[in-house]
Design a protein around this ligand. Structure first.
Ligand SMILES: CCCCCCCCCCCCCCCCC/C=C/C(=O)SCCNC(=O)CCNC(=O)[C@H](O)C(C)(C)COP(=O)(O)OP(=O)(O)OC[C@H]1O[C@@H](n2cnc3c(N)ncnc32)[C@H](O)[C@@H]1OP(=O)(O)O
Ligand SMILES: Cc1cc2nc3c(=O)[nH]c(=O)nc-3n(C[C@H](O)[C@H](O)[C@H](O)COP(=O)(O)OP(=O)(O)OC[C@H]3O[C@@H](n4cnc5c(N)ncnc54)[C@H](O)[C@@H]3O)c2cc1C
Length: 558
């Protein structure tokens, strides 16, 4: 859970080679990387810039006389900073640098760079590399810094699957300007399943513990109740169980799309790139945020013991919440999706609705009202309505500011909170729709019934959470919202008997969970005592600090 120093080798280094190095280059590098003869990382972010890639400062200047690139770190802010596995483990890196050929700045490009000697592992001359120090979590990963002092690499170390620099310095452009961002798009495509998994771990711990923990009464005179029987506890945990399933289903879809994109790009078709970028930008942001919230609620649902490291939930939280920042800070990525939404609105206004992609076609179709009692399809229409309403409002705000003479960037900034709201609603619609589609495809009728209950819980919870938007233009009445509330409480109670099975079905082993509270056998109290006794502070009855500090204080006459 704390991460692994070679994680980025598998998660980004190899995928960057697969997607960006030419077949010829990969004959040299890929097998070696796959066999772990070389260990790599993905070095893009710098001390001064992470979000705004166009302003990366590390330069790779082509020297036509030697047919080499000269990598250089011009100032302190240009140091690579954060890459996982860079500090101590990697001897190679895919380095993203601003490429300069014949004095022309050609923007960020990826290079394979050797950092350390393959035998001694010592850093090479011209390279400064090290670890950036302890972090909130992920402390088994050596996130690192890296500087170059006019460090030379062969021309052929530019990853040349999509763009090339010929020996004479002729630049051959890629088929899409952002094709070199593919390693990030890949991780973003996988993040919904990854985050769903983190949320599932925390929920497994909290739900199991909530059936062991007895406290208080619902009806007087009986045995104290399992805390999972409280409606508030169910409300805290069950909607997140639904989300963990929903994120996993949505993630399967984005992984499939990414695989499809890879194949299409290889045949020169880059048409899916904009759609997948918009989709994964929004999904990564919403999923990481809701996962962090869900894990924190799971921790609190365990009361005092949730705060102990014995719960292990704090470590899961620390790792998962990193996802709000890595692979694109959430606000920044929500605004990437917003660009796509605003463009879609502009297309509709220009009478080109027919050109809209399937995920945004609903923006052009108005619905007057819904009958929620008819079922989930009507909820989908309600989600579409709130997302459409907010997307149009935010877009109109931006377009009006533009028309009034504001510069594009200023108008964008003044509309950005509203735009991020639109992106979230659009993404939550996507999650609900993929959840619905996935449940409909389940073949086993008993499984389908339980998952359908979760789906109903999800759509009621989500609609209630978006109620402000739905009430704003009178789309939903307050009596409809009362119906949604009643449905929500109905499904909380209906799911209760299946709650443990729903979390057990994720099949985390005790070794994976590392939680005293979440033990499969439920022997929480005995093991909490054993865990506490094993604390380093309990190795001796009297600590040295007693002689050193406590006694002088206690014996002092002052
Ligand atoms: C089995 C595999 C497992 C996989 C992973 C599993 C994950 C599960 C968790 C397990 C944990 C494991 C370890 C943890 C790993 C952590 C690793 C972290 C790594 C990193 O963080 S790497 C660094 C990541 N950095 C970023 O993400 C930076 C964010 N910034 C950007 O991406 C860009 O700068 C930008 C997108 C915000 C803006 O780019 P730019 O300035 O160049 O572009 P513009 O804003 O001007 O936009 C111009 C148009 O280009 C389009 N665009 C941008 N990007 C793309 C893209 N990628 N694809 C297609 N199109 C793109 C914009 O939309 C614009 O289009 P428009 O038409 O003009 O609107
Ligand atoms: C655990 C972890 C692992 C990482 N691993 C790697 C790795 O392997 N390789 C690698 O290269 N990098 C890695 N990173 C770096 C990571 O990708 C960046 O930190 C991330 O992209 C955010 O960029 P930043 O730090 O520049 O944030 P900043 O952009 O400085 O964000 C600060 C604030 O500014 C806001 N902001 C910035 N730009 C805008 C904008 N245009 N509009 C509105 N608001 C804006 C943000 O929303 C945020 O609130 C890792 C980071 C972490 C935490």
């Amino acid at each position: 859970m704390e991460g692994h120093p070679l994680a980025l080798h598998d998660v980004m280094f190899i995928p960057a080679l697969v997607a960006q190095a030419s077949d010829e280059q990969n004959k040299k590098w890929l097998r070696r990387a796959q066999r772990r003869e070389i260990v790599g990382c993905y070095a893009q972010t710098e001390l001064g810039h992470g979000s705004n890639l166009r302003k990366l400062e590390t330069t790779a200047t082509y020297d036509v006389s030697t047919q080499e690139f000269v990598l250089h770190t011009p100032q302190i802010t240009s140091l690579k900073w954060w890459p996982g596995g860079l500090g101590k483990s990697s001897n190679y890196a895919v380095v993203v640098a601003n490429m300069i050929v014949k004095e022309k700045h050609l923007g960020p490009h990826s290079f394979l760079v050797q950092l350390r000697d393959e035998i001694t592992h010592q850093s090479l001359k011209g390279i400064t590399v090290g670890d950036i120090g302890p972090k909130l979590s992920f402390n088994a990963i050596d996130n690192g810094f890296l500087g170059f002092d006019n460090y030379r690499i062969p021309r052929t170390n530019l990853l040349m699957r999509h763009s090339r620099v010929e020996p004479d310095g002729t630049y051959v452009k890629p088929p899409h300007a952002k094709i070199n961002y593919s390693a990030m798009v890949r991780v973003r495509s996988h993040m919904a399943t990854g985050q769903g998994n983190f949320l599932a771990q925390a929920l497994t711990i909290a739900v199991r513990y909530s059936t062991v923990r007895r406290q208080g009464f619902i009806e007087s005179g009986e045995q104290e109740v399992k805390v999972l029987d409280y409606q508030t506890q169910q409300h805290r945990l069950f909607p997140s169980i639904a989300k963990a399933y929903a994120f996993t289903f949505a993630g399967y879809e984005t992984i499939r799309l990414y695989e499809q994109l890879l194949k299409e790009v290889d045949t020169g078709n880059v048409s899916l790139m904009a759609d997948l970028h918009a989709l994964t930008s929004g999904l990564k942001s919403v999923v990481t945020h809701q996962t962090a919230q869900g894990i924190e609620q799971a921790r609190m649902a365990c009361g005092g013991h949730g705060y102990s490291q014995a719960s292990y939930i704090s470590e899961i939280f620390g790792v998962a919440v990193g996802g709000c920042t890595y692979e694109g800070e959430n606000m920044v990525m929500l605004l990437q999706l917003a660009r796509y939404l605003v463009k879609s609105v502009e297309q509709i206004k220009a009478g080109e609705s027919g050109k809209l992609g399937p995920l945004v076609a609903y923006l052009a179709v108005k619905v007057d009202g819904v009958d929620l009692e008819k079922g989930v399809e009507e909820y989908m229409k309600a989600f579409q309505h709130v997302s459409r309403l907010q997307t149009w409002k935010a877009s109109e705000k931006f377009l009006k500011l533009l028309k009034s003479g504001e510069k594009r960037e200023v108008a964008w900034n003044k509309s950005s909170v509203e735009l991020t709201r639109a992106s979230r609603l659009h993404t939550r619609l996507y999650i609900a729709e993929t959840f619905k589609r996935s449940v409909q495809e389940v073949a086993d009728p008993r499984l389908k019934e339980v998952l359908t209950d979760l789906l109903h819980l999800h759509v009621n919870y989500e609609l209630l959470d978006m109620a402000t938007y739905a009430l704003e233009d009178g789309f939903l009445s307050s009596s409809q919202l009362d119906y949604v509330r009643d449905q929500l409480y109905f499904y909380l109670a209906k799911i209760r008997p299946n709650a443990v099975s729903l979390v057990d079905s994720w099949e985390f082993s005790d070794m994976q969970l590392r939680s005293v509270l979440g033990r499969r056998d439920g022997n929480v109290y005995e093991n909490l005592v054993a865990w506490a006794k094993a604390s380093p502070l309990n190795k001796t009855d009297v600590l040295p600090s007693v002689e050193k500090y406590l006694k002088p204080m206690m014996n002092s006459k002052l």
